[in-house]
Write a protein that binds this ligand. Structure first.
Ligand code: SAM
Length: 278
């Protein structure tokens, strides 16, 4: 390895066979591996005969470690970043490091591989031409419901990560905010022994989990079908009110685009309405 480089290396999300040969090669060649949890990653490195030293780089020390890692890169070393599973930075540490390394003009190279979001999306049967990823929802129900209100109007597919402890509480909030009929896909334990993909209305999926506690175990990606585009020609009064207010601040084209983004009405329809209101 000639030019000093930060490699962002994906590791398996369950099945070790998903480790790519290139990931193994890079992890063997770099001078140090920055790992989210060195004790956790030790098993992975051991399995693949990787003897490169590790240093911890997690959400509590990333800022501090970044300084040390940048100094090593500037001295000509190459470094790899890994997280506990999947792709670093995707609901995992690494943002500060990658941003800083790039700002120093040092090369950052991805070594792609597993990512729970993409794995789940690829088998969900939901539209993938456009999708939105929210990461983890707030832990408290009040915050979660507030966030779900915002997500509920999006017309594209959207996804969140969820843990075994919160999945049932979360689904109850999904039902309350999105309604029991919204179509969702629950991808559990992807690539692992108990991999399960459940699809159906929020109420159907919630019932399955309530009746079988095994279905609540493990790691989850919850994917949600986007809200139906508004079919009616009539824009509802609340949206008209919002558009009117926005027109006091923005040109018609911009206001229509903003409202179209969050409401599901067509931009053209809102633009025409804006012109008639001006
Ligand atoms: N960086 C990882 C990635 O690329 O997917 C995600 C890390 S995030 C801290 C961990 C969350 O990802 C879990 O709580 C779960 O929601 C999701 N996840 C990770 N592995 C999974 C799997 N095998 N099946 C389903 N979801 C998984």
């Amino acid at each position: 390895m000639s030019e000093s480089t930060l490699f962002v290396v994906s590791t398996p999300i369950g099945n070790l066979d998903d480790m790519t040969p290139r990931a193994v090669q890079v992890l063997k060649q770099v001078s140090v591996i920055a790992a989210e949890d060195t004790r956790h990653s030790w098993k992975l490195l051991n399995h693949f005969g990787i003897e490169t030293p590790m240093i911890p780089c997690h959400e509590h020390n990333e800022r501090h470690q970044t300084e040390a890692l940048v100094a090593r890169l500037e001295q000509g070393e190459s470094i790899a970043l890994i997280s506990d599973a999947g792709t670093p930075l995707i609901s995992d540490p690494g943002f500060i490091l990658v941003r800083t390394v790039r700002e120093h003009g040092i090369k950052v190279v991805p070594v792609p591989g597993a990512c729970a979001l993409v794995a789940a999306l690829s088998v969900s049967g939901l539209a993938t031409d456009r999708f939105y990823f929210e990461g983890f929802l707030p832990a408290k129900s009040s915050g979660r419901k507030k966030k779900l209100e915002t997500l509920s109007v999006m017309t594209n597919t959207w996804a969140v990560y969820e843990s075994t402890h919160r999945i049932l509480d979360s689904l109850a909030d999904f039902r309350e905010v999105l309604g029991e009929d919204r179509y969702i896909v629950l991808a559990r334990e992807m690539t692992k022994t108990f991999e399960t993909v459940l699809a159906g209305s929020v109420a159907e999926v919630e019932t399955i989990l309530k009746e079988d506690s095994n279905q609540c175990r493990g790691e989850f990606v919850v994917l949600v079908e986007g809200a139906k585009e508004q079919e009616s020609d009539e824009v509802d009064p609340d949206t008209v009110k919002l558009l009117k207010r926005l027109l006091e601040e923005l040109p018609a084209k911009k206001a229509a685009a903003v409202i179209a983004d969050v409401s599901g009405y067509r931009k053209k329809q809102l633009y025409e309405l804006s012109l008639s209101m001006k």
